[in-house]
Design a protein. Structure first.
Length: 117
């Protein structure tokens, strides 16, 4: 089964961290991705640009409404995601606990609901 691991953190703290600290975090993620690729668990994932680059789109009465910024202002912002294959929710949660972002932020684990064609 596939799971989406949504990485939430305080992006201001992350982007304002010293370059060496950001690089060390990046290296930890690269190592974890390498292990998950090796174990045929990792399907894909990416970090996201800062939330200030986001747009939110809503359609009301047939008209698109576009606003700048993320859907909601929160203390933690969506900073990236992993898409993984895992046998069950417990296994997906164990992988989420290995993610560096879990130490200072939150990893939301969501099962993918496959689309039927």
């Amino acid at each position: 089964m596939q799971y989406l691991l949504l990485i939430y953190d305080n992006e201001k703290a992350r982007w304002n961290a010293p370059p060496a600290e950001r690089e060390a975090l990046h290296d930890e993620y690269k190592q974890l991705v390498g292990e998950l690729v090796r174990d045929k668990i990792y399907v894909g994932g990416n970090p996201l640009q800062q939330s200030e680059t986001a747009s939110s789109v809503r359609v009301r009465d047939g008209k698109a409404q576009v606003t700048d910024g993320p859907f909601a202002e929160t203390r933690e912002q969506l900073g990236g995601y992993f898409l993984i294959e895992a046998p069950d929710m417990d296994a997906a949660r164990k992988i989420a606990a290995r993610m560096p972002g879990a130490r200072n932020g939150t990893i939301e684990v969501r099962p993918i609901l496959p689309m039927t064609m």
